[in-house]
Design a protein around this ligand. Structure first.
Ligand code: SF4
Length: 82
């Protein structure tokens, strides 16, 4: 997957550590930044494809991305089973 989209990320305007929050409040603050990012979808796909397990990517926390990945695996398994 291309990483050209990274140059358009809203996070470039902020210190990197903001995107690696240590608590829920930090996650919410970071997600608000991501909400207005023009490459939020590309960012999320990149994180899911590459199994990035730290920080907020594509507006999703680590836990949310794990949940999304599990849901996708289930959907793929259902498709193959039918
Ligand atoms: S979605 Fe968030 S983490 Fe991803 S590029 Fe945009 S601002 Fe950065």
């Amino acid at each position: 997957m291309s990483t050209d989209w990274m140059s358009q990320g809203k996070c470039r305007e902020y210190p990197a550590e903001i995107f690696f929050p240590r608590n829920g409040t930090g996650v919410i603050t970071t997600q608000k930044i991501c909400e207005s990012c023009p490459v939020i979808n590309e960012c999320l796909e990149y994180a899911l494809e590459n199994h990035v397990d730290h920080g907020v990517w594509g507006g999703k926390s680590e836990r949310e991305r794990r949940r999304l990945s599990r849901m996708r695996r289930r959907i793929v398994n259902i498709d193959f089973a039918s």
